[in-house]
Structures are given as C-alpha cells and as structure tokens.
Design a protein around this ligand. Structure first.
Ligand SMILES: Nc1ncnc2c1ncn2[C@@H]1O[C@H](COP(=O)(O)OP(=O)(O)OP(=O)(O)O)[C@@H](O)[C@H]1O
Ligand SMILES: [Mg+2]
Length: 311
C-alpha cells in the first residue's frame, strides 16, 4: 500500500477513535492491533492514550520497545503520547489540564502522521466527547452480551423490540451531528464483536440479531469481529501481537490453527474499516481546527462553571 519513497499526505491525519462507555470490551486490545497493523502496512502512525488511569496501550508500547531493545531488533512503534493525569485538587482543574494536554498532542501529530489512533477509557467526560467528535473512524468493540448492547439501546424485555437510544449511542450521534456542522465530515462507526466464542449459543445469536437490527437505525457498520483467543492477550507482557512474526520468536517455529485464525481476523478487521489510502484523504484540516478550538473553549467554560454533566 504505502512505500518508503512516497511522502505522507500532510494535509490531514485520519483519526481512529476506539471507544465504548462500557469497560473491558476490548478497546485497548483493538487499539493495539490496529496500530501495529497500520505500521506494518508502512503508514506513519501516531497513538494517543486517553486512559490516564490504566494506561494499557502505553504499557503495551513500553513492553514492545523493551522487547525490541532486548532482542536487538528494529520493531515498529508508533509516535506515542500518553495523557498525564492532572495532579490538581479539583476535578474541573484536572479536566482542563487534560484538555490542554490532548489539544497539544493532536496538534503535534495531525500534520506529520497519516493515522492517529486514540484509545479511550470507559467513561463519559467532556474529553471523551471531544475525542469522539474528532473521529473519522470510530471503532466500538462489544462482547456478545445484552449488557453490552444496552449501552447502544436499552434492551427491551421483549428483545425483538427496540428500546430507547442509550447513553453511549446518544454520545456518538451527538458527536456526529457536531462533526457534520463543523466540516461536513462523517464519522464512520464500526461495531466490532469481540471475544466471540467458537460455538455460537442461542443468546449470542440473539445479540447478533439485535445489533443487525440496530445497525441501520444508529448507522453503524458491523465487523466480523475477533474470537476469544488466548493469543490476543498472552503476548501483552512482551509487547508483541499475533500479526508480528511470532513464529520466529516462539520455540515451535509455526503458528497454531487458532493463531492463524486470529491473524486472519485482524486482517479482516482492517479491511472492513475501509481506511483511506494516501490519495483519497479528505481535506478538512482547517475546519477541524476551528471546530476543535471552539469546542475546547466551550467545554472549558462549562467545566469552570462547575456544570454537573457529564461526570
Ligand atoms: N479477543 C480477545 N480474546 C481474548 N481475550 C481478550 C480479547 N479481547 C480482549 N481480551 C482481554 O479482555 C480484557 C479486557 O480487554 P481490554 O483491556 O482491551 O478492554 P478495554 O475495553 O480496553 O478495557 P477498559 O475499559 O478497562 O479500558 C483483557 O484482559 C484482554 O486481554
Ligand atoms: Mg482499555
């Protein structure tokens, strides 16, 4: 896809936000795999970790860097920025510190990188809303459970009926509305089923059916998804992923059938994202700047006034 000699499109980085208000659905795992897959395709990738508490993505990249140093190998790494926790006493002051740090991180990378991947924490905050409204592509992992579907639309006791739009979907729809106003930009929203069991239960089929019904209404696309596989979690301490040449570093020298399948799932996910190539990037940089500055100020004012929502 990309070649070493071809200069990057400096007009505009394509922003991929990985988000879901629900915790533990696989946001950091997907962020990690998307970042490494794009680096392996030869793209210039920046990453931002907005999860100031857990810092999972940051920890993974630190492990990856150490692995490269210890193995004496050049290993692909993104240009990474981890948001610092504001050390102030008041929540409002901390939010403003985090906002400023995020704005700096974005402005540092948007001209020089083709993709910016942002891993977000499971929360609803002004920062989260701002990050979502910057997304060109929003990736939302969810597990095969009605508890997870419930953040999109309240699950009705008759599961064939549609409940009210729930908080996270409302956040995304609002982010979309704001983006459209700012620069006519679209947020391509992809819901990814994660940790799918190899044998589909009746409940999983029902969950999948609910998502298919919600998809045209909330305008998200569905990706094939990732299976529940040990390989997606066991390489974290060494900073590697299944799409690295792990057959070279494991004793066996070959991949198991599950590992081959896992690799295929990551590749399929990247294809489903339908990310832009260098030639068809959309020029919306200026509009985004204006919008970003304005929203930043707006949220800062709300925070300074002590507005109760979101927490
Ligand atoms: N496809 C998968 N197969 C096996 N384990 C997985 C898979 N996806 C995620 N996990 C594991 O599930 C747990 C939660 O994943 P992860 O940390 O990526 O979620 P998260 O949404 O980032 O969580 P948080 O909301 O706490 O930030 C981790 O232990 C991770 O290793
Ligand atoms: Mg996480």
């Amino acid at each position: 896809m990309a070649s070493e000699t071809e200069p990057p499109d400096l007009r505009n980085a394509h922003v991929i936000v990985v988000g879901n208000e629900k915790g533990g659905t696989g946001k950091s795992t997907l962020s990690i795999h998307i970042i490494i897959a794009l680096l392996k395709l030869g793209y210039r990738v920046a990453s931002i970790d907005l999860d100031t508490r857990q810092r999972t993505l940051t920890r993974f990249l630190e492990n990856r860097q150490s692995w490269g140093v210890n193995a004496g190998r050049a290993i692909e790494l993104p240009f990474h920025h981890a948001l610092e926790r504001g050390g102030k006493d008041s929540v409002g002051e901390n939010e403003i510190v985090e906002f400023t740090s995020f704005a700096e991180a974005i402005s540092r990378v948007e001209h020089a990188f083709e993709f910016v991947v942002i891993d977000t924490p499971a929360s609803d905050s002004y920062l989260m809303r701002l990050a979502h409204s910057l997304a060109d592509t929003l990736v939302t992992p969810m597990n095969d459970s009605f508890i997870d579907v419930d953040v999109l639309a309240r699950v009705h006791n008759d599961r064939r009926q549609r409940g009210a739009t729930a908080q996270y979907a409302a956040l995304v729809l609002e982010a979309r509305r704001q983006r459209r106003l700012a620069d006519a930009g679209l947020i391509d929203w992809i819901v990814v089923r994660n940790r799918m069991a190899s044998l589909q239960s009746h409940n999983q089929r029902q969950v999948a059916g609910s998502l298919v019904r919600l998809s045209p209404e909330l305008q998200f696309r569905m990706a094939e998804g990732l299976g529940d596989r040990v390989i997606f979690r066991e390489l974290f301490p060494v900073g590697l992923t299944v799409i690295d040449s792990i057959e070279e570093v494991t004793d066996k020298g070959t991949l198991s059938a599950s590992q081959v399948a896992a690799r295929g799932e990551v590749e399929a996910l990247i294809r489903t994202l339908r990310l832009p190539t260098r030639t068809d990037a959309i020029a919306h940089m200026e509009a985004r700047h204006l919008w970003f500055e304005r929203t930043l100020e707006f949220y800062k004012e709300l925070i300074a006034k002590g507005s109760a929502e979101p927490v």
